[in-house]
Write a protein that binds this ligand. Structure first.
Ligand SMILES: [Zn+2]
Length: 170
């Protein structure tokens, strides 16, 4: 599912102006596609929807765990406990919402020919290069449910190993 071909996006400066993909950069947990407008020369960085979806789901799980630890302890949770959970929610939303808004602000121009980008230069040294490319082949919804499928498979496998162990090796 490696994706190296990207369509142009619509710039906000005029109706005809298009943001052309110029570079794909690998960051720690995802890549960003850099676009440059052929009219106003504005540069825009877009995070693939699949990556945003994964981040939202993983972030929600993390917040759930933090909330559980903070709010289910001994005694009544206090103001600080709620603040920590709220802070985590704001952090995840602060990262993902602007990324999503950019997709809305600079929509794809499907009629234009897609442009193939060369692989990013640090991809051979990046330990997550393969999974990152794989996730980016997903759309937003698949990105959202991919971590749940992964966890379900992991738990299913653990249960299966437990079952085989219990049934045949007792
Ligand atoms: Zn422009």
């Amino acid at each position: 599912m490696d994706k190296t071909v990207y369509e142009a996006r619509k710039c906000t400066c005029s109706e005809q102006a298009q943001l052309l993909p110029i570079e794909r950069k690998l960051e720690r947990y995802n890549s960003v596609i850099c676009y440059e407008c052929d009219s106003c020369a504005k540069k825009v960085e877009i995070t693939p929807l699949g990556s945003i979806g994964v981040l939202i789901t993983v972030g929600t799980f993390a917040i759930g765990i933090i909330a559980y630890l903070q709010l289910s302890g001994v005694g009544q949770p206090d103001f600080i406990d709620y603040m920590i959970v709220l802070f985590c929610i704001i952090c995840i939303a602060g990262v993902t919402v602007p990324q999503l808004l950019k997709h809305n602000r600079y929509p794809l121009m499907p009629s234009k020919d897609a442009i193939e980008l060369p692989p990013e230069e640090n991809s051979s040294r990046h330990i997550l290069a393969k999974p990152i490319s794989f996730i980016e082949g997903f759309g937003f919804l698949l990105g959202l449910i991919a971590p749940i499928i992964f966890i379900a498979c992991f738990l299913g496998l653990a249960a299966l190993i437990g079952y085989i162990n219990f049934t045949y090796f007792q």
